[in-house]
Design a protein around this ligand. Structure first.
Ligand SMILES: Nc1nc2c(ncn2[C@@H]2O[C@H](COP(=O)(O)OP(=O)(O)OP(=O)(O)O)[C@@H](O)[C@H]2O)c(=O)[nH]1
Ligand SMILES: [Mg+2]
Ligand SMILES: [Zn+2]
Length: 329
């Protein structure tokens, strides 16, 4: 241990004291703790922003196995100078406003929280190179609705292919979308990001880090090429990273490319809540109705029959509902 991080400090904050009263009442109050936000995590070390400087920190023992993830607002004690060799300690994680999670699947055997406290999920899809994967888009949208995050579809590489074919599928869901191209104007995307904390998610090679570098001039995110034969990216980014947009215009999280999106944690009843116009038509559904295609007396079918619901929209909703229980590929 180096720098001003002293053993005495550890003693004071981390040792449970041997007394008879419940431990919770014994917890120090950390009056001297300062606020920070987690920008990235690497092998048990957390990079934080405290005020405007970067601080390296570890978890203090009272946090136990509690996860600390990118986007978490934390309270920190110890050496928060950020000087070389300094190490601060995270003593508290502030209650999260949102949690974007993926359930364990073949691609990733561990259930994880990807990012905390984000309010927008930007589903990044290349129009070509690599080709769009509609099932992955659907699954990411389900995760966004479940986490009560606003979805945004970002279609990159429009210099290589036309967005229209893909947009037909998503217009009826009412998902907002932007189209970007190499060297193109990002004004519309900037507008959508302003004042929010947005997470970029998508397959490897779709251009997430390229976007981040264009939006945040000194981001310096590594960019990889797409293999011309397999059409796959190289998984260039290996950990999530939170960056502030210039001029305090919001926050953005670059994440590593995903192959799939485990959704076993999603409750179907959360999904319909993201579609208030359809939700309204399910009031007379039998108890336990999932509003799926195979439900015998679903209010959505009645609404389509009597013309109050747009059949294409109902179909799109049901496609997402089904995506939840399809095997992740
Ligand atoms: N033609 C074209 N190529 C692009 C565009 N955006 C990004 N690329 C290229 O796509 C490749 C992959 O870009 P990255 O930004 O590394 O992709 P990523 O989504 O961050 O990939 P991972 O970090 O592996 O998940 C690079 O060669 C980029 O130059 C675009 O709009 N048009
Ligand atoms: Mg990347
Ligand atoms: Zn129903």
């Amino acid at each position: 241990m180096t720098g001003r991080y002293s053993d005495q400090d550890v003693e004071h904050y981390d040792r449970p004291r041997r007394h008879t009263r419940p431990r919770t009442k014994e917890r120090p109050t950390y009056d001297d703790a300062v606020d920070g936000v987690v920008v990235t995590v690497d092998r048990g070390r957390f990079t934080l922003l405290v005020d405007d400087h970067v601080v390296l920190a570890m978890k203090a023992r009272p946090l136990g196995r509690k996860g600390v993830v990118v986007g978490d607002r934390v309270r920190v004690v110890g050496d928060t100078s950020g000087q070389d060799g300094s190490l601060a300690r995270i003593v508290e994680v502030v209650e999260r406003t949102t949690v974007l999670r993926r359930t364990a699947d073949d691609d990733d055997p561990v259930e994880r929280v990807i990012v905390a406290n984000a309010d927008q999920l930007v589903v990044v899809t290349a129009l070509a190179d690599p080709d769009p994967q509609p099932r992955l888009i659907d699954r990411a949208l389900v995760a966004a609705y479940d986490a009560r995050m606003q979805p945004l579809l970002c279609l990159t590489k429009s210099d290589l292919a036309d967005p229209e074919t893909l947009l037909v599928t998503y217009r009826s869901l009412g998902v907002p979308w932007v189209v970007t191209r190499r060297g193109g104007d990002l004004a519309e995307l900037r507008d959508r990001l302003r004042g929010r904390t947005s997470v970029l998610i998508g397959s490897s090679g779709v251009g997430k880090s390229t976007l981040v570098n264009a939006l945040v001039p000194d981001a310096g995110r590594d960019v990889g090429h797409v293999n011309a034969v397999t059409g796959r990216g190289r998984h260039t980014s290996t950990s999530a990273y939170l960056l502030e947009l210039p001029g305090g215009a919001g926050w953005i999280v670059d994440t590593p490319g995903i192959r799939s999106f485990g959704l076993a944690h999603v409750q179907p009843e959360h999904l319909i809540e993201a579609f208030p116009d359809l939700d309204e038509m399910t009031e007379d559904c039998p108890r336990g109705c999932t509003h799926g295609t195979d439900e015998p007396e679903c209010g959505l079918d009645e609404a389509v029959r009597n013309g109050t619901a747009d059949p294409v929209r109902v179909e799109s909703f049901r496609r997402l509902l089904a995506a939840r229980s399809e095997p992740a590929y």
